[in-house]
Ligand binder design. Structure first.
Ligand SMILES: [Zn+2]
Length: 312
């Protein structure tokens, strides 16, 4: 992957505005339903699980009660992991930010921007799809870098974001899944912990159980910063993942890759999902600082249109 980028004051200025930036003018998507068709009945959010007992965060002004977060589990240090819902269709799909925590904080801001976009424009979600977004899969890693558990500003970022890659037990959560797992894993040219066994970490278990419960049609993970779309598979590239990567890649302009081949990745979340019949792709943003919003918006809308077509 690209070298670790230095965090400079210019990043602070950029990201300080990122969460509050006005939404981009949407690209017309004639295949999606119009605003007039979105009078969906309000659905009462399921009560949060008992774990943990913290109150739910306040909804941003752009969100509706339909988007109320669900707590799907807790981190090693006890921080809640939230999933937010958009739409109400029969086909669930899931987008995940921040599995590498504060080290890849731009994937978290991108996930929040996507949440704000779909909350403000619910008609972008086809009637047959429900989109779930988990903005922070590794809240310990985000906290290590920002001292925040949710939305943050660029000025909150520590100078050294590397420690935020791991959870509170110093495990790389994208090396902890049961596909070609190894306790000693690799990140670029250095060893990282894959945990004591597959799914040794509470974050991985929470996500695993969430995915197995929902059986989503696909799962997208955001990472940074290898600039590309990567199809998952264990050990061979999954055919459906390859197709989804091509759809996202052609809409977004990111290069599409069969595999992440820069260095061996063991215990990858998306690879494990393929063993469960759930196709997965990873989007690697171009840098550690940019949100690549236009690219990702185009890719997300293309994925939604793909599932919309499946019902016709
Ligand atoms: Zn990553």
């Amino acid at each position: 992957m690209a070298p670790v980028a230095a965090v400079t004051s210019s990043i602070v200025v950029m990201s300080a505005t990122a969460t509050r930036a006005p939404l981009l003018e949407p690209t017309p998507a004639s295949s999606l339903t119009s605003p007039a068709d979105t009078a969906t009945p309000s659905i009462t959010a399921k009560p949060a699980t008992a774990l943990p007992t913290k109150p739910l965060p306040p909804l941003p002004p752009t969100m509706t009660p339909d988007n109320l977060p669900q707590i799907i589990g807790a981190s090693y240090e006890g921080r809640p992991i939230y999933s937010y819902r958009f739409g109400n269709g029969a086909i669930p799909i899931v987008f995940v930010g921040g599995i590498h925590g504060g080290y890849e904080w731009n994937t978290i801001l991108l996930a929040y921007q996507a949440m704000d976009y779909f909350a403000a424009q619910p008609y972008r979600i086809p009637a047959n799809v429900t989109l779930f977004i988990i903005p922070v899969a590794n809240p310990d890693g985000l906290f290590a870098v920002t001292q925040k558990e949710g939305r943050f500003l660029g000025e909150d970022l520590a100078e050294d974001t590397f420690p935020g890659r791991f959870n509170g037990r110093n495990v790389d959560l994208n090396r902890n899944w049961d596909c070609q797992w190894s306790a000693t894993a690799v990140w670029r040219n250095q060893p990282v912990s894959g945990g004591s066994q597959p799914f040794s970490e509470p974050e991985s278990r929470a996500l695993r159980d969430y995915f197995l419960g929902k059986r989503p049609a696909m799962v997208l993970f955001w990472h940074s910063a290898a600039n590309g779309v990567f199809a998952a598979g264990c050990p061979e590239t999954d055919g459906q993942a390859r197709q989804l990567a091509a759809i996202f890649g052609s809409a977004s302009g990111y290069p599409v890759y069969e595999r992440f081949a820069y260095y061996p990745v063991t215990g990858d979340a998306g690879d494990w999902l393929s063993t469960q019949g759930i196709p997965s792709i990873s989007i690697e943003l171009k840098t550690h600082e940019t949100l690549d919003w236009e690219e990702n918006l185009a890719g997300m809308l293309a994925l939604l249109a793909h599932y919309h077509k499946q019902s016709q």
